[in-house]
Write a protein that binds this ligand. Structure first.
Ligand SMILES: [Fe+2]
Length: 262
């Protein structure tokens, strides 16, 4: 079975970070359009890993969020939206639940012979995200109730990955990684069902292993990945077949991760 993903499309203002224009948001809508155009029944579903918008002021954020959703909703296959930290600065959680018609924002489903979990890495104060007790209890019960190999998606990373060289987050580990990641990783490990965990947010490609589970971060669609004004144009596919898991990031900053989980 195959899945298509894209991450951190950030419709909105570009701005500068440490003097560099990193988010090439002039491509945001085009890349959503191109992503949706590629989708077909070859894929079981598609997913955007969060940060649909680059926050600005409330009115602009609402317009950008709705515009982005409209573009994604042209998908011919089921399309899942994660909530990123930039999505919820000026838009309330209740409003986001309404826009994406998903309450609560964490849930799970089966596709083909596999189980998929969408986590909601809730931003509870500036730069701090966690999975609350209610969601953690749900996660434990949800994993206990499935007998299928499971893939988990989140916006923030649950891995203690080395951020040396990351243009956004080097030195800011505690601000960008999920606060209670160790505790949640323990839940995933103890279930003995999770074959991979995939997230966005960090605007690069990375795989870090914990307890033999790959925690994979994928590149943002619009990141100025070479510091020279070229966008990553990243989107990807996950294929799971006969005990093999393969994740590919396509575009200008390609990445390929293969492993056998059986
Ligand atoms: Fe983010």
């Amino acid at each position: 079975m195959k899945i298509a993903f894209i991450s951190d499309v950030h419709i909105g203002p570009s701005g500068l970070y440490k003097g560099v224009r990193r988010k090439l948001t002039e491509y945001s809508e085009l890349y959503i359009y191109n992503f949706v155009k590629r989708l077909s029944n070859d894929y079981e579903f598609a997913i955007h890993l969060g940060d649909l918008i680059q926050d600005d002021e409330r009115k602009a954020d609402l317009a950008n969020y709705k515009n982005g959703l409209e573009l994604f909703n042209k998908s011919p296959i089921p399309m899942h939206q994660l909530i990123g930290n930039h999505d919820c600065i000026n838009i309330k959680q209740k409003e986001l639940e309404g826009f994406i018609k998903q309450m609560p924002l964490y849930y799970s489903f089966d596709a083909s012979d596999y189980h998929f979990i969408i986590l909601y890495t809730q931003v509870y104060k500036a730069e701090k995200s966690k999975i609350n007790e209610e969601q953690k209890a749900w996660l434990i019960a949800d994993l206990a109730a499935t007998n299928k190999p499971t893939v988990v998606f989140s916006h923030h990373s649950l891995a203690d990955q080395n951020l040396f060289g990351n243009p956004w987050f080097e030195g800011w580990e505690e601000a960008c990684l999920l606060e209670n990641r160790r505790e949640i990783r323990q839940v995933l490990f103890e279930s003995q069902k999770v074959i991979a965990v995939v997230n966005g947010h960090l605007h690069w490609n990375n795989v870090t292993h914990h307890d033999a589970i790959p925690y994979i971060t994928v590149q943002s669609a619009i990141e100025n990945y070479n510091d020279d004004g070229e966008s990553a144009n990243a989107w990807g596919t996950i294929e799971i077949k006969d005990g093999k898991f393969n994740l590919i990031v396509h575009g200008n900053d390609p990445f390929n991760y293969d492993y056998e989980f059986l």
